[in-house]
Ligand binder design. Structure first.
Ligand SMILES: [Zn+2]
Length: 109
């Protein structure tokens, strides 16, 4: 499972940043096009935080809705996927946000 290895890396990163302290809350920003399932992330968090300073911490997932900007007409709008064209018919759009997987905030207990 992709989310499991992702969460392993995140737990390691958190442990390195707050060495020795206990974590009360971890807030993640996950884009809707990041390719990860938040349910799976929550499960992975439970598994990966066992016997770590993150054990029992709250996992808060903030979903970032993807937005894309059209390279032809410059229109920026929310998108549900990569495949949909702009209203002008152009498929050449760049993602403005929505593919992020990052730790936004850590609260220590
Ligand atoms: Zn357009």
């Amino acid at each position: 499972m992709h989310e499991l290895s992702l969460m392993e890396n995140m737990v390691e990163a958190v442990e390195q940043r707050i060495f020795g302290q206990r974590v009360a809350l971890v807030r993640l920003e996950i884009g809707t096009l990041a390719g990860v399932a938040t349910d799976a992330l929550r499960f992975a968090f439970e598994v990966c935080t066992q016997k770590t300073v993150l054990e029992g911490a709250t996992l808060d997932i903030v979903e970032i809705h993807a937005r894309a900007r059209c390279r032809a007409c410059d229109l920026e709008e929310p998108v549900a996927g990569f495949a949909a064209p702009c209203v002008c018919g152009c498929f050449d759009r760049e993602l403005v946000c929505g593919d992020e997987i990052r730790i936004k905030e850590i609260e220590v207990a």
